[in-house]
Design a protein around this ligand. Structure first.
Ligand SMILES: NC(=O)c1ccc[n+]([C@@H]2O[C@H](COP(=O)([O-])OP(=O)(O)OC[C@H]3O[C@@H](n4cnc5c(N)ncnc54)[C@H](OP(=O)(O)O)[C@@H]3O)[C@@H](O)[C@H]2O)c1
Length: 246
């Protein structure tokens, strides 16, 4: 990973967005707010007029959406996928911008201050994507092609699986009559501690204290009230023990 310097590079003054889903709408609004003239987000079959085109379509649709665009001199075509390299955009002069940010349906997207992986197949493409990232206030990093799948898996663990985990906690809490709102400050504090201190120092709780009797009581409660969560519980206890041992 190489973090690119944050001096604003040339900002494309106009761009088109193809794909009117979660990210397409959120990026369109954020770029417009930053002063970029945005065409779209456009749906299927539209032929954008702009020279910089950002595809905000599902990963499996990127190749088809790129193939639907007429290649022309000076046109730059990018995608927003974390795990995908640039070949899929051929024959266009390609770039990619993957925001390290979660954009749920109808939810607010906070791009400023977040990271994003960028790539460019040419100096002009890299300059353009750095400009877009800069306009959004994002920290741009270059991730080597061979590292992209690992980078993307890390992002999924950090955000997607975290939500899955909190959903499991919410279900178990509900069996005790406790609302997820009460878990939220706890979860936020744990996340902030991890960010500030790293996992080894931030870990608290019965596993960190070596309190095996309490871990066993927790396990019995999970087995009784949400048996389908037992496998996840056991795996997380095991992973926490590895962390403690480290
Ligand atoms: N959402 C996030 O949190 C997030 C974060 C970082 C990166 N990304 C990346 O952003 C990209 C889009 O994700 P998303 O979450 O925004 O997906 P999404 O909400 O499912 O939206 C995708 C949109 O693309 C449209 N589409 C599909 N194929 C198309 C085509 N060939 N031409 C034009 N439009 C087409 C879909 O229209 P139909 O409904 O007609 O199929 C839909 O409106 C993906 O590469 C994803 O990895 C997403």
């Amino acid at each position: 990973m190489r973090e690119l310097d944050r001096t604003p590079s040339a900002l494309p003054s106009r761009c088109a967005i193809v794909g009117a889903g979660r990210l397409g709408h959120a990026l369109g609004a954020a770029l417009s707010a930053a002063g970029v003239a945005v065409e779209g987000p456009l749906g299927r079959g539209a032929e954008p007029a702009e020279d910089v085109v950002l595809l905000c379509v599902p990963d499996g649709e990127i190749a088809a959406a790129a193939a639907a665009l007429a290649p022309r001199s000076g046109r730059l075509v990018g995608h927003c996928s974390g795990a995908t390299t640039l070949e899929v955009l051929a024959p266009h002069e390609a770039f990619s911008l993957h925001p390290l940010m979660t954009v749920p349906e109808g939810g607010a997207a906070r791009f400023a201050g977040a990271g994003c992986a960028v790539a460019g197949a040419s100096p002009a493409a890299l300059e353009a994507v750095r400009g877009l990232a800069g306009a959004l206030g994002m920290r741009a990093v270059e991730v080597a092609d061979e590292d992209r799948a690992a980078y993307h898996a890390a992002a999924s663990i950090a955000a997607n699986f975290l939500v899955t985990l909190e959903g499991a906690a919410e279900r178990l809490a509900a069996t005790a009559g406790v609302d997820r709102a009460l878990l939220l400050p706890l979860a936020r504090a744990a996340l902030e501690n991890w960010g500030a201190q790293g996992a080894e120092r931030a870990l608290t709780g019965p596993v960190a204290r070596g309190d095996e009797a309490t871990v066993a009581r927790q396990r019995a409660a999970v087995a009784e009230r949400a048996p389908d969560l037992l496998e996840v519980f056991d795996a997380l206890v095991a992973a926490s023990r590895v962390l403690v041992a480290a």
